[in-house]
Design a protein. Sequence first.
Length: 313
Amino acid sequence: MSIQSIRPGLAAVSVLGGMATLGLTDNFVPYISERGSLWQFHFVRSLMAVAILGAILALGYGSLRPKRPWAVIGRSLFQGGAMLIYFGCLSVLPIGVVVAGLFTSPLFVVLISVLFQGKRVGPYRWCAVGIGFAGALLVIRPDPSALDWVAFAPVLAGLLYAVGAVATRAWCEGESTLTLTAGFFAILGVFGLIGMVLISGTGAPDGHAGFVLRNWGPLDAAMLFWFAVQAVGSLIGIALIFRGYLIGEAGHVAVFEYSLLVFASFWAWVLWDQAVPPLALAGMALIACAGSIIALRSDNPVSAARTPAGEGV
């Protein structure tokens, strides 16, 4: 990238716009989880997203053909699994907790790089791992008597997301954003279809608690509207983030992705009156600090939650 093509201010605005879009649309999931099904949500949303991508392709922009199909599928399995857990958690946990758990992914990327790729990591990034781990504990709640093990599920999503992020660089170099995005949505659609087939839905509780346990919900105009909002919002958010990486330095752009913690928590407070406890707020700050250190100190900076390759939606 030439010096003339780098526009840090515009890149920051673009990424902030993408995170603001995703922070808002993710807060609409409770409108779906109250009556719908996690599996139905992913299946229908994926159909809509793939249809939009197909329209983009028909207009002559890009290609969906992967250079290495099995690499794209493998990478999409990890990313899809992370998002399956992420959206499932949104129905039972405060969105700030869920987003913070997903944002532990850069910490796992560092560990994976050391343990499985033999890379050397300096003291700054090891310090960041410790800071981020402390932050995750604060968000989850450090009091053993009040600990809810379900709160660890977003951290598992962060781990899967980290594996997918490593796979994106190791397996999918040269693949287009359109290809990876299509593969991601296709895998989520398959996950949704499998869930609808395997889960009977019998005895699923009413309301948000039944989101994961239901196989299907009403597909009326209101539900279709929220599915469409999710599909369009995800694609817009990814496009803005990708644009930011095109016109900015990756290490600096990645730092602005942590604004999702602010946007998601703000809209959760506005829409659902979900206030962030002081300990959790401190934990989010530590996670953001840790991810920023990793992004700025890495030779190949790691995007925190949704990378320019389009894996997070």
